[in-house]
Design a protein around this ligand. Structure first.
Ligand SMILES: [Zn+2]
Length: 647
């Protein structure tokens, strides 16, 4: 039980953006802050923090609440546990009774596993620093490798005493349950026999983002060919290898600050680089790199440099996994160390500034690296060479950003001696294939969902807007990045163009941008982002700092003003609009143009009347010729719309 006054002190201290920033990199957006949601997988930020209201809210997955809710959700803690977590962060003292045997049992399993792991870490550390065996074997190992005390303490390394069960005995004696010792893998249990998993090894605790110990890596010091040099905790309720990178807790602040992360292989690589003064470094520690690990790093920075040992045999094998780094929109570089060096030895030899200098000079783009590496094998072998080209193209095609893509294509063209145009064609084919696969998946998912209800009655149009303007904006915002295909004049070939590109260009060319200031704001801000493929119009406009823009975008995107007559006219009741954009977008644009032309025509009619009344016949003739021209435009637009209806 935590008393009321203490709870209030904690809530006062736990400022939402400060708490969230422990785990998520936030950027200012108007009065709010925006970041990548830690609760669902996303590439563009929809996770909003409102310091004024003291809350967070994710537009993507719907999670929201105050700072205590955030910690509960993020760290899988109960309410009192989350309060304690925050109390610790803000150095607020919470009086707590000694835990009884019963209370220890009652805690839910995850928490119990973390508590046992925390106990083990302290036990191993104490043993390293204070016990004879720990000092002569463990500590001397670290000292021989010139690790300083502060580095060892920062990573909370330790030593597990040799023997059958010295650790398990101590844990049981403290009242920790064998069940949890077994589930964390600290103790190996068979029938009627127990064994300490890490006996006789130096220990590298693995921390989660919040700094709690969730698993261990242990290195054997004896020269024993039969046992693995490194041993890790097994998977458990609190430790999923594929979702964890070693050192993230110690690296996260520096990754944010420098907007860069280094990825190495081993625990000691991480420690050595920290000691040399390079703290934005993590290790995949024993697993091949996974997408989840990448996403974890990506929360702090999109810039990652993978550092390989010069003689690492596994480089080629690991290359395959790295496409997914590109796919996540990360900016990947690769650094190959000189033969015989690893980050550990190299950092010790060079020190921070020389190491960083070396990285800057020698890191290369991932694709260039891959191409050069594979090219050595394909000399004089045309088939292997063709395979290499398509392999490299596959990597290029997954890069989400088109500018980055074209830089890579230029590079590859030079390296491989293949025409850029040929490479572009290959990339296009690959992308089309990736899109098709994606669409098939989407369609399958859509089919398994119940069909959405189409709103039949439209909410009255907000004042100052024509229906056509709202429909125009709705399609522009909703489908901005979708591709539509249409035949260009004098050509049989179909061209693909993004909806935003098409809609903006059509209206700008004809100088028919609405006079409505809100329309103009959205229209021109969209126009500014035409080249930006990653531009997420939904989030951008829904979270727009201008309240009117954000309100209108929310209404439009929630289909508040959906116009039912369109669907009857198009005879397309059964179609989803996203499936027939090729047909709908030109219609929407034409209807918008037509309404603008009609408004202009009635303006001219009025002007002609006025001029007539004033006897200004010169003006009458002028206006009339303008009127005739616009009438022709009107007729052409109407007939295009009519034709499409017949089609
Ligand atoms: Zn979310």
């Amino acid at each position: 039980m935590i008393d009321h006054a203490t709870i209030e002190r904690i809530l006062d201290a736990a400022e939402i953006s400060d708490v969230v920033s422990e785990f998520v990199t936030l950027r200012k957006r108007g009065v709010n802050m925006l970041g990548l949601c830690p609760f669902h997988n996303e590439k563009t930020p929809s996770f909003t923090v409102s310091p004024a209201k003291g809350i967070f809210k994710c537009f993507g997955c719907g999670k929201g609440g105050n700072s205590v809710n955030f910690i509960m959700e993020h760290e899988s803690l109960s309410y009192p546990e989350a309060l304690k977590w925050l109390a610790k962060k803000y150095s607020i003292e919470v009086a707590e009774e000694e835990e009884t045997e019963e209370q220890k049992q009652l805690k839910d399993e995850r928490e119990s596993l973390m508590i046992v792991s925390g106990f083990a870490q302290k036990f191993f550390s104490r043993f390293l620093w204070e016990e004879n065996e720990g000092r002569t074997i463990g500590l001397s190992y670290f000292r021989e490798r010139s690790f300083r005390d502060e580095t060892m303490k920062k990573f909370e390394v330790g030593y597990a005493p040799d023997g059958k069960t010295p650790f398990t005995d101590a844990a049981l004696k403290q009242g920790y349950k064998i069940d949890f010792l077994e589930k964390t893998g600290l103790t190996i249990k068979r029938e009627d026999w127990l064994r300490d998993r890490f006996a006789g090894r130096v220990i590298f605790p693995i921390h989660n983002l919040a700094g709690r110990v969730i698993a261990f890596g242990g290195r054997i010091l004896k020269d024993d060919k039969k046992t693995a040099k490194y041993l890790n905790s097994p998977e458990s309720e609190i430790y999923h290898k594929s979702k964890v990178v070693y050192g993230i807790y110690q690296a996260k602040r520096e990754m944010t600050r420098t907007d860069k992360a280094y990825l190495v292989e081993g625990y000691t690589d991480v420690l050595s680089m920290h000691q040399a003064g390079i703290e934005n470094v993590v290790a995949s520690s024993g697993t091949a790199l996974t997408a989840e690990q990448i996403r974890l790093v990506r929360r702090f920075t999109p810039n990652i440099t993978i550092i390989y040992d010069g003689d690492a045999a596994g480089i080629k094998a690991s290359l395959r996994g790295i496409d997914l780094v590109l796919e996540e929109g990360m900016n990947v570089k690769v650094l190959l160390l000189p033969d015989g060096e690893d980050p550990d030895s190299f950092a010790k030899k060079m020190g921070a500034s020389a190491f960083l200098e070396y990285i800057k000079e020698h890191e290369t783009d991932f694709i260039r690296f891959k191409t050069q590496l594979l090219m050595k094998d394909t000399e004089n072998d045309p088939i292997a060479r063709a395979r290499l080209i398509s392999d490299v193209i596959r990597s290029v095609a997954v890069i989400p950003d088109s500018i980055t893509r074209s830089v890579y294509i230029k590079d590859c063209s030079n390296l491989l001696g293949v025409d850029e145009e040929v490479l572009y064609n290959e990339v296009r084919k690959q992308k089309q294939k990736q899109n098709d696969d994606f669409q098939k998946r989407e369609t399958r998912e859509q089919q398994s969902r119940p069909a959405p209800k189409v709103a039949i009655t439209a909410t009255p149009v907000p004042s100052g807007f024509e229906t056509e303007e709202l429909e125009f904006l709705r399609f522009l915002l909703k489908h901005a990045n979708a591709l539509i295909y249409f035949k260009e004049k004098d050509s049989d070939e179909k061209v693909a163009v993004s909806v935003k590109d098409f809609m903006v260009a059509e209206i700008e060319e004809d100088e028919l941008v609405s006079e409505n200031p809100l329309f103009q704001k959205i229209f021109y801000e969209m126009a500014d982002n035409i080249e930006n493929e990653a531009f997420d119009s939904w989030k951008y406009f829904i979270y727009h700092p201008n309240g009117e823009v954000s309100k209108l975008a929310t209404d439009l995107l929630s289909d508040k003003y959906i116009e039912s007559k369109r669907w009857t006219k198009a005879g397309a009741f059964t179609e989803k609009e996203e499936d027939i954009l090729d047909l709908l977008i030109p219609r929407i644009v034409n209807e918008y143009k037509l309404s603008k032309v009609k408004a202009m025509l009635s303006g001219i009619e009025k002007a002609i009347d006025e001029a007539n009344a004033a006897g200004d016949f010169e003006r009458v003739i002028e206006e009339q010729s303008l009127y005739m021209n616009l009438k022709r435009v009107e007729k052409s637009l109407s007939s295009q719309l009519g034709n499409r209806i017949i089609n």
